[in-house]
Design a protein around this ligand. Structure first.
Ligand code: NAP
Length: 254
């Protein structure tokens, strides 16, 4: 049995680069209709949409998900363009580099992290759920992080935002189950994307990070996209409120 999302309408946030871009490509390859947002990476977004079949199949929309109004517009455009919304992947996020001690962390830095990584997830889910309820079901997959499970020193606002989305997912899985909306998380460890680039480029930091990963390497964006596709597919009809670990064995928790 092949995994397919044929005729399903999917919305992927932060689809212009990294894990989101790999998810857009993979979803499009299974014949899903895909809407994704970008914020700054307009060229990459345009090229990705064109490579995946263009407007009839894949649509790129500019949106700043720190603003709930943009999340609302993104959901509206999805439904207006392709008629429904079956799968939401809330992936867009930021990390901080260099590391930031709590006593140096400004209110603005805290607020920006929460606005994108936590409120940004609330915004798209808040506006997607009424459409999914009308349709009689749906799938929501949120991209958290190992940082949300075990914390991350000097990235504590990031870790707090990622722990927040895990709790959000658990609560929503129960709340939305009567509507047949399945809500799950993936929690990646180190993945080779622009976000992890500062660590990948620093030989000492990279060696230290890899030494803590039993599989002995960073993951690739496609290796996160595949479990996301699984959670979106008809192969995962009895899973909700789950956190799927994708970390090369780095953090072992249920
Ligand atoms: P990335 O390569 O830096 O890509 C981030 C994506 O999010 C981009 O498409 C970016 O859009 C979008 N984005 C950022 N701020 C946004 C905003 N305010 N509004 C809308 N879109 C915004 O990151 P990644 O590594 O693929 O990360 C994707 C997710 O995985 C994040 O939630 C991250 O926390 C999580 N994660 C990553 C790792 C890792 O090691 N890479 C590990 C654990 C979890 P533009 O480029 O167009 O601005």
């Amino acid at each position: 049995m092949n995994i397919t999302l044929k005729n399903q309408v999917t919305l992927v946030t932060g689809g212009s680069r990294g894990i989101g871009a790999a998810t857009v490509k993979l979803f499009a390859s299974t014949e899903a209709k895909v809407v994704f947002n970008y914020l700054h990476a307009a060229r990459q977004a345009r090229e990705l949409a064109a490579a995946c079949g263009g407007r009839g199949r894949v649509l790129a929309v500019r949106a700043n998900l720190a603003r709930v109004a943009d999340a609302q517009r993104l959901v509206k455009i999805t439904v207006r363009t392709y008629g429904r919304l079956d799968v939401l992947v809330a992936n867009a996020g930021i990390w901080n580099y260099p590391p930031l001690p709590i006593e140096k962390m400004t209110e603005q830095e805290w607020d920006e992290m929460m606005a994108i990584n936590l409120k940004g997830v609330y915004g798209v889910i808040h506006h997607a759920v009424p459409q999914m309820i009308r349709q009689g079901g749906g799938r929501i997959i949120v991209v958290s992080s190992t940082a949300g499970q075990r914390g991350e020193a000097f990235h504590t606002h990031y870790a707090a935002s990622k722990g927040g989305v895990i709790s959000l997912v658990k609560g929503l899985s129960t709340e939305l189950a009567p509507h047949q909306i399945l809500v799950n998380c993936v929690a990646p460890g180190w993945i080779e994307t622009d976000m992890a680039r500062p660590v990948l480029k620093n030989r000492g930091m990279c060696r230290k990070a890899v030494s803590a990963i039993p599989l002995g390497r960073f993951g690739r964006p496609e290796e996160v996209a595949m479990p996301i596709l699984f959670l979106a597919s008809s192969m995962a009809t009895y899973m909700t409120g789950e956190v799927v670990n994708i970390n090369g064995g780095n953090v072992l928790c249920g």
